[in-house]
Design a protein around this ligand. Structure first.
Ligand SMILES: Cc1cc2nc3c(=O)[nH]c(=O)nc-3n(C[C@H](O)[C@H](O)[C@H](O)COP(=O)(O)OP(=O)(O)OC[C@H]3O[C@@H](n4cnc5c(N)ncnc54)[C@H](O)[C@@H]3O)c2cc1C
Length: 472
């Protein structure tokens, strides 16, 4: 028997489940096919939520480690992290959130079809789970099959000692030592977690600086902070070989100066990026145009085949660097659903997408970096302000970092705001609004920032861009 729907969504990650809810809100009959036993995809099961839960544990440990400074008496007992309890709390948070999506599906009358989907053409989707069932999408299929970790040639992931974030998130012990390949968001977040938990951490980054997509000043500040606390950072370096033993990994690193270094670590975490998931989907079979494994889409997420859309980590818009972020996949899912339901939509301006990296200190950024603004021909004006001067930062004991504003000198338009320091991942919301609403620096100056807050650094950085910060 074939079950008919208006829309069949493949994948219940942040792209797919949000697209499904929006389509159902607009009156469409929706099914979501998901092969995992829980809803939520990478973000909920192995990504945003579990990593940030571990980072909250790391933050709690940091406060306890500084208990004397805070005037909290905990006696002389050694402070240590209890990994089984950490994992239990994290799993409870994840479990609660995935159940929350199940509830939203029921509320919106969305059918969760359990199993692995395969496209059959003309709106058909076969789902395998023990037996096969067939679905028909009368209006559209939305592919939201996401991404999975990928390694680099020559480094074989064994999922035991040479691991990816999928395994790192479930570790039941604090590694004595860990080497991390790659210093993007995933790499530096795990570096922050494990270093705080007590591991000796070595980061190996191929490019000349940490967090290479961020503004160069942010990268420099993070490297300074990491080195100060004892995280070894090798930039311009690469792992040339890795051999897993029973309880350790032998890693060979080629350093920036051309010399080699041998390292024996408990784990090697490969955090060198993620690739699209289309295995078994029959994407090429139904004629979808692909680019290096990604599904090609237009600005409203139509694929090359009428009646099939795609959103999230699995897509390419034809330009390099489509951001693989949960909030991007959700925003794309909403646009795809609204377009399918016949509503007017506006394309996303990818320059306005905020990025958050929850390392310690946190990074929040939106818009053009100083280098990008110059490359696009802007005569730039820069304003920066350190968090350390602020009363709120001193109270929190979080005085590292700064806010940096990149603006166009002639028009005074804010082109980008980049920050590193405590709560930057929250403060970036104001920065995003400023960039999205095409605010000028003058408007940011005239926006009153409440006192005492970390957000005062944004107002002060705007003052600094006009050459007159009040408190520095
Ligand atoms: C460690 C880590 C931390 C991260 N932290 C953040 C963060 O803090 N903030 C942020 O914005 N982003 C973060 N991300 C990225 C974010 O998780 C992804 O960008 C987001 O999950 C992509 O959503 P998606 O819906 O495109 O795909 P996914 O979430 O990958 O979902 C795809 C779903 O499709 C299912 N699927 C695949 N093929 C089939 C099939 N044939 N049939 C049925 N089901 C199928 C999969 O099982 C999966 O559930 C993080 C990622 C990682 C790995």
């Amino acid at each position: 028997m074939t079950n008919e729907y208006d829309v069949v969504v493949i994948g219940a990650g942040t792209g797919g489940y949000v697209a499904a809810i929006r389509a159902a809100q607009l009156g469409l009959k929706v099914a979501v096919v998901e092969k995992q036993k829980a809803l939520g995809g990478t973000c909920l099961l192995w990504g945003c939520i579990p990593t940030k839960a571990l980072l909250e544990h790391a933050h709690a440990l940091k406060v306890v480690q500084h208990s004397k400074e805070w005037g909290i008496s905990i006696g002389d007992a050694a402070v240590a992290i209890d990994m089984p309890q950490v994992q239990e709390r994290k799993d409870k948070i994840v479990g609660g959130l995935t159940k929350g999506i199940e509830f939203l599906f029921k509320k919106n009358k969305i059918d969760w079809i359990k199993g692995t989907a395969r496209l059959t053409g003309n709106g058909g989707v076969e789902v395998f789970e023990g037996e096969t069932q067939t679905l028909l999408a009368r209006k559209d299929i939305i592919i939201a099959t996401g991404s999975s970790p990928r390694s680099v040639p020559g480094i074989a992931i064994d999922h035991t000692r040479i691991i990816t974030s999928d395994e790192a998130i479930h570790l039941k012990e604090v590694p004595a030592s860990i080497a991390i390949m790659g210093s993007g968001a995933v790499g530096v977040e795990f570096a922050s977690i494990f270093h705080r938990f007590g591991s000796a951490v070595t980061i190996v980054e191929l490019l000349p600086r940490l967090v290479p997509v961020e503004d160069e000043a942010v990268s420099a500040e993070l490297e300074k902070s990491f080195k100060k606390r004892g995280i070894t950072c090798h930039t311009g370096a690469k792992v040339t070989s890795a051999k897993a033993n029973a309880d350790s990994v032998d890693v060979q690193i080629q350093l920036a100066d051309g010399t080699s270094q041998a390292l024996n670590v408990s784990y090697l975490l490969v955090a060198t990026g993620r690739g699209p998931v289309t295995t078994g989907l029959n994407a090429e079979g139904v004629g979808l145009e692909m680019d290096r494994g990604y599904i090609k889409v237009d600005a409203e997420y139509r694929t090359s085949v009428p009646g099939i859309s795609a959103v999230g980590d699995v897509i390419t818009l034809g330009t390099p660097g489509h951001p693989q972020l949960a909030h991007v996949s959700s925003a794309e899912g909403i646009i795809a659903a609204e377009r399918i339901a016949g509503k007017d939509t506006r394309p996303i301006n990818y320059d306005h997408v905020p990025g958050c990296t929850y390392c310690d200190p946190e990074i929040g950024s939106v818009g053009l970096t100083e280098r990008e603004a110059k490359e696009r021909g802007h005569d730039v004006r820069i304003g920066a302000f350190p968090f350390g001067v602020l009363g709120r930062a001193k109270m929190a004991g979080e005085t590292e970092g700064f806010v940096k504003i990149v603006a166009d000198k002639a028009s005074d338009a804010v082109l980008g705001i980049h920050m590193i320091g405590a709560r930057s991942t929250e403060l970036v919301a104001e920065a995003t609004l400023a960039v999205r609403l095409e605010s000028t620096v003058e408007e940011l100056i005239r926006t009153i920032h409440a006192h005492p807050t970390m957000a005062e650094a944004i107002g002060e950085a705007a003052h600094a861009a006009h050459g007159a910060a009040i408190h520095s």
